[in-house]
Design a protein around this ligand. Structure first.
Ligand SMILES: C[S@@+](CC[C@H](N)C(=O)[O-])C[C@H]1O[C@@H](n2cnc3c(N)ncnc32)[C@H](O)[C@@H]1O
Length: 234
């Protein structure tokens, strides 16, 4: 009976999606790159579970959606990539939309003063970049991701010609750190650009003040919030 139903459905042009695609946990046998003709947000969610990271997979789905369906043309910049979880959503959005280039900026040294929260190897952070690269390669995004293994200041210099449509800020969460990111990258944003601030929460008071000052000083407006993330439209 199941076979007949399947046959009928396929004759009608429908495709049966294997159930494991929708399971909550990552399985290595899950067909990672077979995102059907349309976007499969559940697959992106599952892929991201295999990458250590600080954003939640749900947040990542939101990042993907905002970035993939943005009408404004330009490049996409991520400040703070860690081991590639947020990158997996944003780079996929750039790939799927063919809208601009994708730059992942990280000096891969973790956050100064908070090293203990970020240790991934035995006693140091030496494997951060290696992990980032192998995670990105495993999900087939190496060609899409331009890795900028450097600090934000040097990256901004190297991206002098860039016209940025989407800026994801998840680097140094201190007041000075966020101020610096904004000072360096806001001049590169095109009209209609989106800025996404991760960790816009009381846990990061310096970040809150820096972002609020930015909103008061510019014409940027709050678009929405989700899971301690603030989305701003220029
Ligand atoms: C909160 S983690 C990023 C988490 C990541 N977005 C994710 O999805 O898991 C912050 C990252 O920013 C990087 N970072 C901090 N300050 C930086 C700076 N000034 N320039 C470049 N990278 C920086 C750290 O090395 C760290 O990997």
């Amino acid at each position: 009976m199941r076979r007949i139903v399947k046959l009928l459905l396929s004759r009608l042009g429908y495709k049966i999606i294997p159930e494991e695609r929708f399971s909550g946990s990552y399985s290595p046998s899950c067909p990672l790159l077979e995102l059907r003709g349309i976007t499969d947000l559940e697959a992106l969610y599952n892929i991201s579970l295999s990458i250590p990271g600080m954003i939640s997979p749900k947040s990542g789905q939101m990042l993907y959606t905002l970035c993939a369906f943005q009408k404004t043309h330009g490049d996409v910049v991520e400040i703070g990539s860690w081991q590639g979880r947020s990158t997996s959503f944003l780079a996929r959005a750039v790939d799927d939309s063919s809208n601009g280039k994708f730059f992942a900026i990280d000096h891969f040294r973790g956050n100064v003063g908070k090293e203990s929260e970020y240790v991934v190897g035995e006693t140091d952070l030496s494997d951060l970049k290696e992990n980032f690269q192998s995670n990105i390669a495993r999900i087939g995004l190496t060609e899409t991701v331009e890795v900028m293994d450097m600090d934000n200041v040097r990256a901004a210099r190297e991206l002098e010609e860039c016209s940025v449509r989407f800026l994801f800020i998840d680097g140094d969460h201190s007041y000075e750190g966020v101020k610096k990111d904004l000072q360096l990258f806001v001049p590169k944003l095109c009209p209609g650009a989106i800025i996404v601030f991760d960790d816009y929460s009381k846990n990061f008071p310096g970040l809150l003040v820096a972002v609020d000052e930015f909103l008061t000083e510019t014409k940027a407006s709050r678009l929405m919030t989700y899971e301690n993330t603030l989305v701003v439209l220029l």
